[in-house]
Design a protein around this ligand. Structure first.
Ligand code: GEK
Length: 242
């Protein structure tokens, strides 16, 4: 696995973060060393999927990157007639994701689509995974995406939504940021790398509070929201449609 040293070399201000070819090359290392609990979240994903997936339905992975959540979900599927649709709009991510899916030996069909998740139709979905991707959409696009997901779900369908959270008041935000940065230091990132990455993500990754997520999920038509996972400022909701 190639090491993420993207923000190591220079001291000039970092430009806005993009899912470039350079990022794709180091992505597994970058996400594991930046998102506390990422590996555990993937390990727990099959447990949620196994209970939620229904025969002859679809699983969607929106913002699939290299397909880590797709592969975790794929392991859990035992029902007949299930197809996984994985979507990402970064061409280099999609190309590498297709290779990794091809190397995996499960027989559950996976369709990897290069495109914007806002333009993808959601149909007969018993499970929708949106791991750390809603946070990259413009705020005004988020309600509509979740409404579309809710409309496309079968009764009993589950949206598993992982996000970086924002906190209020400021002192709570600072506590989380301090511990997140300590986590990154413990993973070998320097203070300079942490500061430059933070600058690059400014206005690109826009986190929201837990309350804002709950409200949006309710407004979109989900009946129950379970706060089942959190590691510092990274969390995962399971939202159920009756
Ligand atoms: C994982 N889920 O490993 N349409 C499609 N893709 C998008 C869009 C969009 N509008 N906006 C961003 N992306 C993965 C990790 S990474 C999270 C997800 C991170 C894609 C973008 O190209 C990238 O691959 C992904 O969303 C976000 O569990 O890097 O922090």
């Amino acid at each position: 696995m190639s090491k993420d040293e993207i923000y190591r070399q220079h001291t000039d201000p970092a430009g806005p973060f993009e899912f470039s070819e350079q990022v794709v090359k180091v992505f597994p290392d970058m996400i594991e060393r930046s998102v506390p609990g990422y590996r555990l979240l993937l390990e727990l994903t099959p447990i949620l999927v196994r209970r939620a997936v229904q025969p002859d339905t679809r699983i969607y992975d929106l913002g699939c990157s290299l397909g880590a959540a797709t592969l975790a979900a794929r392991r859990a599927v035992q029902e007949p007639g299930v197809t996984i649709i994985a979507v990402d709009n970064a061409p280099d991510m999609v190309a590498r994701c297709r290779q990794l899916i091809a190397e995996d030996n499960s027989r559950v069909p996976v369709d990897v689509i290069e495109g914007d998740i806002r333009g993808v139709e959601i149909e007969s979905a018993s499970v929708v995974l949106v791991y750390f991707t809603l946070q990259f959409l413009p705020l005004q696009a988020r309600d509509e995406l979740l409404r579309k997901i809710a409309r496309g779900m079968t009764p009993g369908g589950v949206l598993i939504l992982a996000e970086k959270l924002a906190f209020e008041p400021d002192a709570n935000q600072r506590w989380m940021d301090d511990h997140h940065h300590d986590f990154k230091r413990a993973q070998g990132y320097s203070d300079l790398e942490i500061a430059r990455k933070r600058q690059a993500l400014e206005n690109v990754l826009v986190p929201e509070t837990r309350q804002a997520h709950h409200q949006r999920l309710k407004n979109a038509g989900f009946d129950h929201v379970h706060d089942w996972f959190q590691c510092f400022n990274f969390c995962c909701f399971a939202a159920v449609r009756n």
